[in-house]
Design a protein around this ligand. Structure first.
Ligand code: NAP
Ligand code: ZN
Length: 352
């Protein structure tokens, strides 16, 4: 065991502050990574503030961060995929049972014994796992991703969660080339959804509550922008979508988006608001529409996504910040004021 610097929340209203945390020594199959950049996901904020209390109560102190890119500093004797000096990534998962039917199909994120990068049971050190707002992390190589060298590491970090969470459901839905696809919410997930849908050849429309994001949406690859608070604008698009990805982090009228779908259309939720959403049966029945959910993606699919990004030169649009600005960044994230992901330059932690 060794100690490192990290940023942690001590309670739901405490904000984040420096804390020393332990990491395990490198075991046979482990990769030790010095963290270079860590993205700030809205899930970090939900969890640090205990907003998901009824589903997943937060264990404090909590060190968030599951969009990690870093450099390998040490590997265990049985590691084959990595060597010191390699760039590497870690997303939302650091372990699973690897024997259940989901794991065998490469769906580690759906394993009943999945261990999340933060807040999961730490079977080595006891207590809970600590995430990427820290100097380094030690992870079994199965859960470590190869990071393409041709991409900016600050913009790659958000791919490890925002990237795979949008890539996976869009891919799974089927061949979207030429189809009309809606992305609801232009935040961290939403802006990646626009980039992927565009790269797969869809006709992409962004639903946003922020008229000021219109130009950015078009620049990111949207064909059209719908201001969701404008009833007239919404009415014009009713019954017209094949697939909609809903990334909204807060309570909202999901029926309004279900009604945008055409016959047999699907809306997939990736946003995880604290409270249940009200769904009208009629909006689904009249139109034979489907409502589904999606959770990040498996490890092999995450690698596929990173390789796709490498080929198509796709990264997140990031605002790079020092760790000392993390509380300010959370305040802005809560107000949908980020373009379009904060990426923490972890070198700043050395100054603590
Ligand atoms: P984000 O950067 O804050 O983006 C969310 C966007 O939703 C905002 O930028 C805003 O876009 C829109 N929005 C926010 N509040 C709204 C409201 N009250 N009504 C309507 N629209 C609203 O967050 P994120 O990091 O993309 O995460 C989004 C959600 O996905 C979070 O709940 C997060 O926990 C969840 N998540 C799920 C998974 C998964 O595996 N399923 C993975 C990662 C994150 P506009 O300004 O364009 O309206
Ligand atoms: Zn996330």
């Amino acid at each position: 065991m060794y100690n490192i610097k990290a940023y942690a929340a001590a309670g739901a209203t405490s904000g984040l502050a420096p804390l020393t945390i332990p990491r395990r020594d490198t075991k046979e199959r482990d990769v030790q990574i010095e963290i270079l950049f860590c993205g700030i996901c809205h899930s970090d904020l939900h969890y640090a503030r205990d907003e998901w209390h009824s589903v997943m109560p937060t264990v404090y102190p909590c060190v968030p961060g599951h969009e990690i890119v870093g450099r390998v500093t040490k590997v265990g004797s049985a590691v084959t995929k990595f060597k010191p000096g390699d760039l590497a990534g870690v997303g939302c998962l650091v372990d699973s049972d690897r024997t259940c039917p989901n794991c065998r199909e490469g769906l580690e994120q759906l394993c009943p014994k999945q261990v999340l990068t933060y807040g999961g049971p730490d079977k080595d050190l006891g207590g809970v796992t600590y995430g990427g707002y820290s100097e380094s992390i030690v992870v079994d190589e199965h859960f470590v991703l190869r990071v393409p060298a041709n991409l900016d590491p600050a913009g790659v970090a958000p791919l490890l969660c925002a990237g795979i969470t949008t890539y996976s459901p869009i891919r799974r839905w089927g061949d979207i080339e030429g189809k009309k696809i809606g992305i609801v919410g232009l935040g961290g997930l939403g802006h990646m959804g626009v980039k992927f849908a565009r790269a797969f050849g869809a006709h992409v429309a962004v639903f946003t509550t922020s008229p000021a994001k219109r130009e950015d949406a078009l620049r990111l690859g949207a064909d059209e922008v719908i201001i969701s608070t404008n009833a007239e604008d919404m009415k014009k698009h009713a019954w017209s979508f094949d697939f909609i990805l809903d990334t909204i982090a807060a309570d909202h009228d999901i029926d309004a988006y279900i009604k945008m779908l055409g016959r047999d259309g699907t809306i997939t939720l990736v946003g995880a608001p604290e409270k249940p959403l009200a769904v009208s049966a009629f909006a689904l029945i009249f139109g034979r529409r489907s409502l589904s959910g999606s959770l990040i993606g498996g490890i092999a699919e995450t690698q596929e996504m990173l390789d796709f990004c490498s080929q198509h030169n796709i990264t997140a649009d990031v605002e790079v910040i020092p760790i000392q600005k993390v509380n300010e960044a959370y305040e802005r994230l809560a107000k949908s004021d980020v373009k379009y992901r904060f990426s923490i330059d972890m070198a700043s932690l050395k100054a603590e």
